[in-house]
Design a protein around this ligand. Sequence first.
Ligand SMILES: Cc1ncc(COP(=O)(O)O)c(C=O)c1O
Length: 416
Amino acid sequence: MTVEQLAIAVDDDPRYSGIARLREHTRFYDAVIDEVDGRRIRVGEHWLTDWASCNYLGFDLEPEIIEAVEPQLRRWGTHPSWSRMLGNPGLYPLIEERLAELLGAPDTLVLPTITQIHLSVVPALAGDGTILVDARAHKTIWDGCVFARGQGATVLRFRSLDELASLLPGAAGPVLVCMDGVNSMTGNIPDLPRYLALCRRHGAVLYVDDAHGFGVIGERRPDETSPYGARGNSIVRFHGESYDDVVLVGGFSKAYSSLLAFVAVPTVLKNRLKAAAAPYLYSGPSPTASLATVLAGFDVNADRGDKLRADLHRMTMRVLHHVRGLGIFTPNTDDTPIIELPIALDRDLVEVSELLWARGLFVTLAPYPGVPRDQVGFRVQVTAANTDAEVDHLLDVLSELAAAEVFQPVRETSAS
Ligand SMILES: Cc1ncc(COP(=O)(O)O)c(C=O)c1O
């Protein structure tokens, strides 16, 4: 087979063909952005509002964070280059300590990406035991499970809490239960206390990827500025749970607008991972600019994060009230800023994407198999850097598309 024939085989593979078709026929793939102005972006001559950003707190545009980069570059150079095993600029222990304090977790280990964490930490924890993975878990968790299977673990899928309960008694240990925190597709927040109680009853460890919750949801307090809670310290604190029997994974590439990720674990496990996780041992580290923006992000989060989250919640609710008022189906029942809008089953996503582009909306397209076939559509993410005028415009376009029957009418959602 030639390399060109291999390329055709990839295009014909049902796992990739939906995305390959969108790449070929829509403007929402591989877009080259020529200019950024707040949440407005220019592609060629065409200005769009960016509803695809996951920079939930608007830290990508925050002057205080931008200004924090240069002094650190002058001090440390652009990139440490050592793998973390070899050497770490002093920024690392600062980040890991501040993060542990924010999360209220025993300790943390940071690596460049969540993908790297799943690929290395899931196999290290599972060994030749059993991984029970939520059917709707993020693709990168699944990739970690495939790696773990290659190293001797058994991987089984569950679709509901009841199914998990039926699988746990027969699972050979060590048992790892893997799932998303705030789900990247539906925006919903799982009932962590129930999953955790089940895991604890069966001696299993719950491994949670809260990429979209970290920075957005956090500890509940009487003085919280929104139902997202306070401090953005993620799903374990949001539910008032302890870190016993939990491995929390999260990242800075969404709410903190930086390239870094973390796993929150007890120090004894952190030290074991320092000997077992390939990205710690052998991969290049995050650039200095990313470490600097994380540290400055902690300061801004402490200073005005809760105000930003109040704004984020308020604008998100404007969109969700409108969507619900129009009778449009969205799987989002938990009011997070991830709003997926499946299109009617007789609509074509390429055609809908053209309408969105023409109306000046830049969104995340959601093709199969990233979402179930009956939820193909697009997602908008609200960020604190959006404006009310941009929300007004979004609502107008959604009304227009709803009148043209582009969306699915409200239906019953299945319980998570
Ligand atoms: C739930 C979830 N996990 C992991 C990732 C990947 O994160 P990273 O870019 O840090 O590898 C994403 C990114 O979109 C995500 O949504």
